[in-house]
Design a protein around this ligand. Structure first.
Ligand SMILES: CC(C)(COP(=O)(O)OP(=O)(O)OC[C@H]1O[C@@H](n2cnc3c(N)ncnc32)[C@H](O)[C@@H]1OP(=O)(O)O)[C@@H](O)C(=O)NCCC(=O)NCCSC(=O)CC(=O)O
Length: 274
């Protein structure tokens, strides 16, 4: 157990590349406003263009698409697990780090070390998630190309970039909770792609909702320290994160009521008949 812990801590925290990582605007890969603007514009235009081009093309068919979807989902499931563990260990294995620092970075925090390394990996993983949209379009599952899906995938890249650029407090907690939820979500997608549709779809949606509520609860802990204490780094982007999480919360409640309301009514009906 101790060997597993020290091996993981070495490869995910203390490896010289991770320990000495510094996020430098204009030098680190993808670290400019221009890069984010191009990536998000390309994503949105390719999504809208491909949607209309693909309609007129013959379907790729599930035999080709399902294995690709399964591999893509498995990669993101495992990557999410590594990011959640790596970021957690970055906090727990550092004796100088107070847990409260993950919610409120000191104003003079420097964008370097393991936490910012995992912030960078998380940011780039959000670009890899664009593959979800491509697979939905190629599979012609246009009903799943919802506003919620496209809005989430485009905006989250901007959000993660602002975490790093603005040294935003609370990002480590958001990273760990979102990655943990995504282990389960991509696990669900993987099982669907290999033809074993789980019965716990609603649990995935509920966990997604809980993560957004959890974010709001933690802000209630951070804001007093920022306003009445020594201050926290990058607070203006927390307002952006709050607005994004609030909008997703509304969209997810809407998704939940549309997708599971009938099921609940059916369950009640079945129980009455018994
Ligand atoms: C349970 C959910 C995770 C997914 O709901 P859906 O209605 O999209 O799910 P579903 O049952 O139709 O999904 C199964 C289908 O997805 C296909 N599929 C497999 N892997 C996929 C992937 N990586 N991306 C997109 N689709 C994929 C399967 O092959 C299967 O197709 P077939 O049916 O043909 O067999 C839900 O809670 C949700 O998030 N809904 C919003 C839609 C969405 O895009 N969510 C992800 C981004 S938002 C997000 O990620 C928020 C967050 O940060 O937590």
């Amino acid at each position: 157990m101790a060997l597993a812990y020290s091996t993981l801590t070495y490869w995910l925290v203390n490896h010289p590349y991770i320990a000495n990582f510094t996020w430098t605007e204009g030098e680190t890969f993808g670290s400019t406003v221009f890069f984010v603007a191009i990536v998000v514009s390309l994503y949105l235009s390719a999504t809208f263009l491909l949607r209309y081009v693909v309609i007129s093309l013959p379907s790729l068919g599930p035999k080709i698409l399902k294995p690709i979807t399964a591999v893509h989902s498995l990669i993101l499931c495992l990557l999410s697990l590594i990011m959640a563990v790596g970021c957690t260990l970055s906090v727990t294995s550092d004796p100088t780090m107070r847990l409260f620092h993950t919610i409120c970075f000191p104003l003079e925090v420097k964008p370097k070390g393991p936490l910012f390394f995992w912030g960078q990996v998380f940011y780039l993983s959000k670009i890899l998630e664009f593959g979800d949209t491509l697979l939905i379009i190629l599979g012609k599952s246009f009903q799943r190309l919802s506003f919620l899906h496209v809005y989430h995938h485009a905006t989250v890249v901007i959000l993660c970039f602002t975490w790093l650029r603005n040294r935003q407090s609370m990002f480590p907690v958001a990273l760990v909770t979102n990655s943990t939820v995504h282990v389960i979500m991509y696990g669900y997608y993987f099982l669907c792609a290999v033809g074993r549709r789980p019965r716990w779809k609603r649990l995935v949606t509920d966990l997604q909702i809980v993560q957004f509520v959890f974010g709001f609860v933690l802000s209630g802990w951070m804001f007093p320290e920022h306003h009445f204490g020594s201050g926290c780094s990058g607070v203006w982007t927390i307002y952006f994160m709050g607005a994004f999480n609030g909008s997703l919360l509304i969209l997810f409640f809407n998704f939940r009521s549309k997708n599971y309301a009938n099921k609940t009514r059916l369950d009640i009906g079945e129980r009455k008949q018994l």
